[in-house]
Design a protein around this ligand. Structure first.
Ligand code: HEM
Length: 126
């Protein structure tokens, strides 16, 4: 699933450049990314606990990320699920993806300005 979805995302004119910049074109880098994403979806759908990471920080580092990209991401993800799974399974994946996308997008783009300020390690909160 991860393989097919990212093949689509890499070809996409909106999302492709973001992945190319962050992950590059090397097969080794992509294999590592796909393995991480397989662990992520295994943890989300089957609660296997295989994923140990921080998606929020990973996306925070992507300076080219824009809110509208989440709609495209979800559309491609939905198409991939519909091709691969029975409808009820596809719906379950889509529902989880939508919820995670919403919380990522809110956390990254819809914070109040005051909370967006970066607090450096040597700084104390007033
Ligand atoms: C707005 C569309 C999105 C774009 C362009 C995008 C792009 C990326 C990129 C480039 C990375 C690699 C970052 C790195 O290795 O430095 C990444 C990591 C990841 N993405 Fe996304 N992403 C998007 C939305 C999502 C959504 C909606 C989900 C989950 C439902 C998701 C799940 C993940 C996970 C789990 C990782 C691995 C984080 C880690 O390193 O542990 N992404 N994404």
């Amino acid at each position: 699933m991860a393989g097919r979805f990212y093949a689509r995302a890499r070809r996409d004119e909106l999302l492709g450049p973001v992945f190319a910049r962050a992950i590059g074109e090397s097969d080794v880098a992509w294999a590592a990314h796909l393995a991480r994403l397989s662990d992520f979806w295994s943890s989300v759908m089957l609660t296997t606990g295989r994923y140990h990471g921080d998606p929020f920080s990973a996306h925070l580092r992507l300076s080219a990320l824009q809110p509208a990209m989440f709609d495209r991401w979800l559309a491609l993800f939905g198409e991939t699920c519909a091709e691969l799974f029975e409808p009820d399974v596809a719906d379950a994946f889509r529902e989880r993806a939508e919820r995670i996308a919403r919380s990522l997008r809110m956390g990254l783009f819809e914070r109040l300005p005051a909370r967006r300020r970066v607090i450096r390690p040597d700084e104390t909160r007033a």
